[in-house]
Design a binder for this molecule. Structure first.
Ligand SMILES: Cc1cc2nc3c(=O)[nH]c(=O)nc-3n(C[C@H](O)[C@H](O)[C@H](O)COP(=O)(O)O)c2cc1C
Length: 372
């Protein structure tokens, strides 16, 4: 079958790519990491992405959260499709949701290269991309075109689409910029995420502090009271006391949920990769436990008053189940996709279904919070 842009792979071809990805990845390693990312986006744009239909997922994987239905609990985290270029191809890889962005008010080129590093021995990535993106107007125009051609964004991708928003490095005014961005995307997003946690925009993480957060949330509510579900994405490096204040603030402000977590600025002693001391945010395997601990802490504090998305270090079906058992409604993955390639989501879903069937569990939702 042909996609609107190019060739779409048959099941057998997809299978072949999944099997040969370790060699393809070795080939990608000849390129700088960012070139590898650009090649991945181009391949997806060309339609080299499979023809998975999300709603054919096993019903045991189905999840409802924030008033939205997800065919499975594994979404692609923000930062992969920063410019909303490959929403439908990512859906056809089998993800249960796509989050685009981070999008800022004005376009920006991000930090100087190199700014993306593979720590292969650690199953990790360090990035200091610095919100390189096309800016809100171009991205909204792209979302609008998608919607115009298919009736709605959701029918285009067939799964929920979130838009992750942030501020520019220079000339930002967070109390004005976040409401402005919410106003721009509210007609196109199934949910909106305030990114207050990337370590690569100076001062951004200070906005997690309740005194700043409260002002930003109040300004959004004041100007756009009927916005779609709103989530806040947090860093894994917050102190327990800070987390308590944030949870209280977001519940008071009527926020729908939290994403736990973004990348970490800490570096444990056991990291092996040659680039381990590069400045930036560390993601992948080394952040898994830290993120899950924070998820569990937030789940205990919020007592089912928030939707929680678990993100950080997911590589297997068991990792997804672990996040859900520690309070997540839904999960997201990024770094493992870089290492494993397009077969990742299918493998993770297969593993979840096997575990659930083995344990006689009817739906993954039954496991929510059982480890707390
Ligand atoms: C190269 C790269 C770029 C990222 N860019 C963003 C971003 O723009 N906005 C954001 O909220 N998170 C961004 N993230 C963080 C991821 O969304 C995710 O929270 C983090 O990587 C932890 O998940 P993982 O361990 O599965 O990668 C980025 C991560 C990577 C590796």
């Amino acid at each position: 079958m042909k996609s609107t842009i190019g060739y779409r792979l048959s099941e057998i071809e997809q299978e072949a790519i999944a099997i040969f990805y370790p060699w393809i990845f070795k080939g990608f390693q000849c390129f700088k990491p960012e070139t590898g990312h650009e090649l991945a986006i181009t391949s997806l744009l060309l339609g080299l992405c499979g023809g998975h239909k999300p709603w054919q997922d096993d019903p045991v994987l189905r999840v409802n959260a924030m008033g939205l239905s997800f065919p499975n609990p594994v979404g692609i985290a923000a930062g992969f499709d920063k410019n909303a270029l490959v929403i439908s191809p990512l859906a056809r890889l089998g993800f249960g949701a796509v989050e685009v962005g981070t999008v800022t008010p004005r376009p920006q080129i991000g930090n100087p290269k190199p700014r993306l590093f593979r720590l292969i021995e650690d199953g990790a990535i360090i990035n200091r991309m610095g919100f390189n993106n096309d800016g809100i107007n171009r991205i909204v125009a792209r979302l609008e075109r998608m919607r115009a051609s298919k009736g709605s964004l959701k029918t285009t991708a067939n799964i929920p689409v979130g838009v992750n928003i942030g501020i520019n490095k220079v000339g930002a005014d967070p109390e004005k910029d976040y409401p402005f961005l919410v106003g721009k995307v509210q007609d196109y997003a199934d949910y909106i995420v305030l990114n207050l946690s990337s370590p690569n925009t100076p001062g951004l993480r200070d906005l997690q502090h309740p005194s700043r957060l409260r002002g930003i949330l109040a300004a959004i509510k004041d100007q756009y009271p009927h916005h779609p579900p709103l989530l806040v994405k947090l860093a894994p490096d917050l102190e327990d006391k800070e987390v308590e204040g944030i949870v209280e603030t977001v519940i008071d402000a009527g926020v729908t949920g939290l994403i736990l977590t973004n990348t970490t600025i800490t570096r444990s002693d056991d990291l092996q990769g040659a680039f381990r001391y590069e400045p930036g945010g560390l993601s992948g395997r080394p952040v898994r436990q830290k993120s899950t601990e924070m998820l569990a802490r937030v789940a205990r504090l919020s007592k089912n008053q928030l939707t929680l998305i678990g993100c950080g270090g997911i590589e297997t079906g068991a990792d997804v189940i672990d996040k859900i058992m520690h309070g997540a409604d839904f999960t997201q993955v990024y770094s493992a996709l870089i290492y494993e390639g397009p077969g990742l989501v299918r493998r993770i879903k297969k593993e979840i279904v096997e575990i659930l069937n083995r344990e006689g569990i009817q739906n993954i939702v039954q496991l929510k919070g059982v480890a707390l």
